[in-house]
Ligand binder design. Structure first.
Ligand code: SIN
Length: 290
């Protein structure tokens, strides 16, 4: 994919992540700027912006430049006037925080989000970083026999696995979906691992013990620092991650300090299985995209 305008950026690690400079996300962005940000997102998997000042309306409008917005099933916990905003907040009364285990956002949806944009206005003096991991790098590092074995498999992702455990009541039934274990990114055509500790429950067709052992092996494989970057927040930073090819983890090491902000989540499409995608990608790009 060719970027229409060049953004000024600095990569965090060879695996993923880049800090982008010189963009005011609150200003009305030209289509060329939106295309350049999207290009940077697809290229770096997660991008970061400092010193932003976004009202709720501007945050929502910004997210909408990249697609329609997802309303989280735990909508009552969100902002009452803006169901598209998911509040991310911790203080001296928090026993736990959202996203403490490695995960892909709401992968239990039939069409999981393409990306999430988190804007934090209050952050602790120290700690509260977010870790990101590249699922391209995790897939690429598997042996060929393991890659081939996984490509024929699907896995079930279930919202009830996480939310019911905390007694949370969703505004709609918990989503439960079956997705390929190895998916293909719809914009790059690259293969990636698509299972995560928070939502994935089992691999149909395997025995319970086989499924449990396989998923545990993959979760541990994914947690290799070589596939990761770590973002140190400052007040008014924005992280925009490509939810189709990354996982992330919020580190809750700052109790009782405050950390606060909102996330918008951009709708995506059904993950494409590697085997089916290969035939699509072998055709002309225009035909494959139709
Ligand atoms: C999330 O999973 O969206 C929360 C990430 C964070 O708080 O760093």
């Amino acid at each position: 994919m060719k970027s229409p305008i060049q953004l000024d950026f600095r990569a965090l690690t060879p695996a993923l992540g880049a800090e982008v400079f010189g963009v005011d996300l609150a200003a009305p962005l030209s289509q060329a700027q939106v295309d350049a940000i999207r290009h940077a997102l697809v290229a770096h998997q997660v991008i970061f912006f400092r010193d932003q000042r976004l009202s709720h309306a501007q945050h929502i409008a910004l997210g909408r430049r990249f697609g329609s917005l997802h309303v989280h099933p735990l909508a009552p916990a969100n902002h009452p006037q803006h169901p598209e905003l998911l509040r991310i907040h911790a203080d001296e009364s928090s026993a736990r925080v959202a996203g403490e285990s490695w995960h892909t956002d709401v992968s239990c949806e039939e069409e999981p989000p393409m990306g999430s944009m988190l804007y934090l206005t209050e952050v602790p003096e120290a700690g509260g970083d977010t870790m990101f991991a590249s699922m391209y790098a995790a897939y690429d590092a598997l042996s060929k026999p393991m890659q081939q074995f996984l490509e024929g498999l699907t896995a079930v992702h279930d919202g009830a696995k996480v939310w019911s455990r905390y007694g949370m009541t969703p505004s709609r039934p918990f989503a439960r979906s079956e997705h390929p274990v190895v998916a293909v990114h719809p914009e790059t055509g690259r293969k990636l691992l698509f299972v995560n500790r928070v939502f994935t429950t089992h691999v149909p067709g395997l025995s319970d013990r086989e499924s449990e052992a396989l998923l545990e092996m993959l979760y541990r494989h994914i947690e290799n620092p070589r596939f990761m970057c770590r973002f140190r927040w400052q007040p008014n930073s924005v992280a925009f991650w490509d939810n189709r090819c990354t996982q992330h983890q919020a580190i809750f090491d700052y109790f009782p300090a405050r950390r606060s902000g909102y996330r918008v989540t951009i709708n995506g499409t059904r993950p494409l299985a590697a085997a089916r995608a290969e035939s699509a990608w072998k055709r002309e790009p225009a035909e494959a995209a139709a």
